[in-house]
Design a protein around this ligand. Sequence first.
Ligand code: ADP
Length: 200
Amino acid sequence: MTNIHPETRRFLDRAAKEELLRQKGVVLWLYGLSGSGKSTIANEVERVLHGDGRMTVILDGDNLRTGLNSNLGFTDDDRTENVRRVAETAKLLAGQGIIVFVSVITPLRRHRAAAREIIGPDFHEIYVKAGFDTCAERDPKGLYAKAKEGKIGQFTGKDSGFEEPENAALVLDTEARSVDQCAADLLGYWRSVADGRRGE
Ligand code: ADP
């Protein structure tokens, strides 16, 4: 580390970026089982915000695993590293004034705590809630069927643990509420953050 000198003073600062974009950077970290609805909801809300002239990005766990995180699997250590890289990326983007949606399973409380630690006050923990049986029934990517046949190891909720949250800022219950309702709830939450009515 001694030969590494992070450069910050000559770079345009966050306020300059936020002024250009006329918005505040934030990280809306959506987590929950595969098939719980993270990507669906993030997409819905992103489209609304984009239509409203907002600069957004979705960091999707599956997509990132084809590039930045392609050398990672699903062991405990690899999931921890996956979360660390996504959190560092989200932090960089939020620091440029961008509204960042993260869509990553983030199964354990310590993973969520690590993301919060890296990102700081811009981090908002949003639990996309649906039970294992519901997700297995939806099975949008065919993963539950494969896991049942034993073709996927370390599958979250089956042979790899998922811990329910203790302190999610928002719970989107996708069994009880429709996609539109969940998207409206997340949009309302974002508005309250953007207005400064709510901080983590
Ligand atoms: P994840 O990103 O969490 O793996 P996806 O968004 O890819 O999950 O898939 C969720 C599936 O559940 C989709 O087929 C979606 O249509 C369905 N679904 C049903 N109800 C809801 C809801 N209220 N919110 C989000 N998705 C829902």
